[in-house]
Design a protein around this ligand. Structure first.
Ligand SMILES: CC(C)(COP(=O)(O)OP(=O)(O)OC[C@H]1O[C@@H](n2cnc3c(N)ncnc32)[C@H](O)[C@@H]1OP(=O)(O)O)[C@@H](O)C(=O)NCCC(=O)NCCS
Length: 228
């Protein structure tokens, strides 16, 4: 099994200096999306407590210039796996609770059809995030709708990479025949909510107590964005 190569993140960006940004993810105030009450955080966990893979000082904002987006290949499976497992462990991104392996992610990549691509964000020659267009519903009438995923390596969060990846999905979506992107998220995922709002996603509604995560009910918000 190959190992993933993920570089140290650059130093803190100006975003990190903003109020509220220094607190652990999942504990920030997240009160409204699109006018909907998102409720109090149900899960509170320090998503950054293991320090990711970096935190060592380097020039601020370096990441933004260095990051490029490209289609994922099987060689990226280990890095994608590492980043996905961080998201699973955080308990802030997904109702998935079973950690993956690189081999499982390799099979996952291979099984995807041409309209359901995975993209990776690359910095300093290594993968620091990934995003995908997923099957929303297999019925032909839903062919114009794609579900999406976006995950950024812990040490690289808050540096514009999620925005780059999601913007890429929005940009390429029509070329894959999509009219709309949809997603589900935890309303208390403050970085996720901020990202989706910035990119023009609209809250459709909230499933109350939709998931049982570590013995606690969690709400799930549905969001959508029509494409050009
Ligand atoms: C959610 C996630 C993809 C966001 O990616 P990111 O690279 O950290 O976010 P960005 O730096 O691109 O920031 C995007 C916007 O959100 C805002 N934002 C980022 N982190 C934030 C935080 N902790 N609190 C409040 N706003 C935040 C930024 O200000 C930015 O808006 P701006 O460009 O207007 O300043 C990333 O945090 C992540 O991978 N989290 C774990 C996995 C996950 O939750 N995925 C989503 C599942 S639904």
């Amino acid at each position: 099994m190959s190992t993933s190569r993920i570089p140290d993140a650059p130093g803190r960006s100006p975003m990190d200096a903003a109020p509220n940004r220094g607190a652990p993810q999942g504990t920030r105030d997240a009160t409204s999306v699109g006018g909907l009450d998102r409720g109090a955080p149900r899960v509170s966990r320090d998503a950054t407590s293991d320090g990711g893979l970096g935190g060592r000082p380097e020039p601020p904002n370096k990441a933004i210039d260095l990051v490029s987006i490209r289609g994922a290949g099987s060689d990226d499976a280990a890095s994608i796996c590492t980043i996905y497992n961080q998201g699973i462990d955080d308990r802030l991104a997904t109702l998935e609770t079973e950690r993956r392996t690189a081999d499982e992610r390799r099979a996952w990549l291979a099984a995807r059809g041409p309209r359901h691509p995975v993209f990776v964000a690359e910095a300093n020659g290594a993968i620091v995030g990934w995003a995908s267009l997923n099957v929303f519903n297999p019925r032909p009438a839903y062919d114009h709708v794609a579900d999406l995923s976006v995950y950024v390596e812990r040490a690289w969060r808050g540096r514009g990479i999620g925005r780059r990846l999601l913007s890429h999905l929005v940009d390429v979506g029509p070329g894959f025949g999509y009219h709309k992107l949809v997603l589900t998220a935890f309303p208390f995922n403050a970085p996720g909510m901020a990202l989706y709002e910035r990119l023009g996603f609209r809250a459709v509604g909230i499933y109350r107590e939709q998931g049982l995560l570590d013995g606690r009910w969690v709400d799930v918000i549905i969001m959508e964005r029509l494409l050009a």
